[in-house]
Write a protein of this length. Structure first.
Length: 317
């Protein structure tokens, strides 16, 4: 009995105050840990939002101000520590700038870093398409098809879960799909495989039905390529020329109103090349009188060579 009494003797057990103190300390530790975790999550969310915003700005400026696009991409890279998807998107944006500057080695190097950085199939797809563009420009046919086949597989996988994509990722998909088709069309056009080139670019509208509202730059790219790349269909040569003019004029007016200087300059140059032919110019004066007079009013007498002096316009390439 003495043993039992000793075991339950209050003098040999922790005091009530001590127990409360231990419990309180444990609660404080958990509260501090939870608070630190929440603060860390908030900081990461803010940083990710900033990276995403910079990447969006970089993309929006790629056909307006390429130096500004590069600046946003570099800033996004600096902030994208421990944010693989944001880092990959920033590197893809910078790779595009390098490509436009004809720094193909720089573009390739950035794409290779994307492959090492993320498992995000969308950003990997964007890198594949950029590699296709570089291979097309450098006449690397073997690698063009390797990257094209790889991109097709990614497109199929992404398409199976397209309904789960966020708004931002859906916009990235619209860009990647349309760019994939336009690049493929350009490649086959220069190989003089005109039917295949035509089929590729016509898939843009069916695969990206919301391209006009989702991505103005890609829509302008599509209209420019349709009008300038010999990719219009028609029963007669006159009908083909009219459709080419329509695409180019649409590209020019929309890029002008939306401040896409790159496409404004390129479409104006293509219109100048089209209208320098006397027969085509007479056809447009008759069949597209309103558009013809609009251009004439902006740049003087179209029958003179004033429209051909597009390089004198105050725009930056």
């Amino acid at each position: 009995m003495a043993y039992i009494c000793t075991a339950v003797n209050p003098k040999n057990t922790p005091s009530s105050r001590f127990i409360h103190t231990v419990v309180l300390l444990n609660l404080c530790v958990h509260l501090v840990t939870l608070t630190s975790s929440c603060v860390s999550d908030v900081v990461n969310d803010v940083r990710h939002f900033r990276v995403d915003s910079l990447n969006s700005l970089s993309y929006q400026q790629r056909y307006r101000n390429i130096e500004q696009s590069l600046s946003y991409a570099r800033e996004a890279k600096l902030l994208a520590t421990n944010y693989a998807d944001g880092m990959a998107e920033a590197m893809n944006n910078e790779a595009y700038v390098r490509y436009q500057q004809m720094d193909f080695d720089g573009a390739i190097g950035l794409c290779q870093k994307v492959y090492q950085t993320t498992n995000n199939q969308l950003e990997l797809l964007v890198a594949d398409v950029m590699m296709m563009k570089v291979c097309q420009r450098t006449s690397d046919d073997i690698h063009f098809f390797l990257y094209r086949n790889q991109a097709e597989k990614r497109l199929k996988r992404i398409g199976e879960a397209e309904h789960l994509l966020s708004v931002h990722n859906h916009e990235r998909l619209v860009y990647a799909r349309s760019e994939f088709r336009i690049v493929s069309s350009t490649y086959f056009y220069y190989l003089q495989q005109y039917n295949r080139a035509l089929n590729e670019i016509n898939l843009v509208r069916s695969e990206c039905p919301d391209i006009t509202s989702r991505d103005t730059a890609q829509w302008l790219y599509y209209t420019y390529m349709k009008g300038s790349g010999g990719l219009c269909e028609g029963a007669t040569s006159q009908e083909i020329r009219l459709r080419e003019f329509d695409f180019l004029f649409r590209c020019y007016t929309q890029s002008r109103s939306s401040a896409f200087l790159y496409f404004e300059a390129n479409s104006l140059q293509a219109l100048a090349s089209l209208l320098k032919d006397d027969l085509i110019r007479d056809l447009m004066k008759k069949e597209r009188r309103g558009a013809y007079e609009y251009l004439s009013g902006l740049y003087g007498n179209v029958e003179s060579d004033s429209l051909l002096q597009a390089e004198e316009l105050p725009f930056a390439l």
